[in-house]
Design a binder for this molecule. Sequence first.
Ligand code: AMP
Length: 416
Amino acid sequence: MKTTHLTDTRFTNLELSSTILKGLKDAGFEQCSPIQDKSLPIALRDRDVAGQAQTGTGKTASFLLAAFQRLLNDNSEKKKYPRAIILAPTRELAIQIHKDALLLGKHLGFNLALIYGGTDYQKQLKAVQGNVDIIIATPGRIIDFYRQKAFSLDNIQVMVLDEADRMFDLGFIKDIRYLLNRMPAPEKRLNMLFSATLSFKVSELAYEHMYQPVMVKIETEEVTSESINQFAFCPANEQKIPLLIGLLNSHKPERSIVFVNTKRSAEKLADYLAANGHQTALLSGDVPQEKRQRLLADFQASKVTIMIATDVAARGLHIPDVSHVFNFDLPQDAEDYVHRIGRTARFGAKGEAISFICEEYAYSMPDIENYINQKVPVHKVTEDLLPELTKPAPRPRVPRKQYSPRKPAPRTRTKA
Ligand code: AMP
């Protein structure tokens, strides 16, 4: 872990119990990251925090430590469960939070329940019915359990909403409001919300369901500048794949993510890369959960060093130490650009973010440059970056369902 991005504030100087400090020491955390430095002193005084911070800034520890401390301070004789709930938009993020909670909370003896869709229904149901201190969950499955009265929200003392902007993007906001409305009133709990952007709708949610939250920001410039070397190329459409392979050959990235906008584009690219000696993990939105986990584990263990991903698939993924991010297709949303390139250069490590300004998506660039408040320098596409490629074998065609025209519905006369 590089320490250049940490502040001078030591965890030992914060109002944290010795059992929490012990967990931090074991994890090797000594100094706070900027978001921890800004948010912890507030949350440890029981004030609500709405923080603008992305994955990779240390936001998870910010809310976990504050939640732990609040639960340790609860000296009621007969504890009522569950006492805290952490909501995350994706399974991967929930799994990561749970992992961090086990690490940092090692000496606390808290009961954690990890709840997410796709697998282990009965096992998770049983877990949530027990005396759980902290539930870490994605919205869909936890609502399902709540509706079955598997647990109660009456005793929630800490509520965390992680990646709130993604909750909106993924259509979970109704579910979130449903859950929030069934907890004790905002002033009776400690509320923490984290989001990559504190947009109007996120701030509105914060004001509605939190008690006088303090807004804490890690500015976009702090995220995108300095440690990420951003540059771009303007290839013709047919040059995009050769250029990517040329760059992979010359840069030899330790571990890279190639972002594309569509599943079709992802598959074509994966086929070309495979035919030209680059094995990839392909992560599109429809990859089943088990396979996603396997691909991610392979990527994390560096068995595969190139991941091709769409924005939806990559949301909330925790992938440390990515050396290169390629925007094979420029994102159509400027915020996504920041999300994407934020996956490199975490915690002050150096990273490269290379974007293709192609004929199809070039129109996004002015918006992106406006948003990040800087110009992305454009490099020339030189011949040596365009290798001769081997064409991949065509993919087997999946037979389409026969089209059967529907009979039009009979017209009904309506009286005037
Ligand atoms: P997060 O943004 O919460 O996903 O954290 C990014 C990474 O930084 C994770 O691997 C954390 O374990 C690590 N991390 C978080 N806070 C600290 C800290 N204060 N010192 C060192 N590593 C940290």
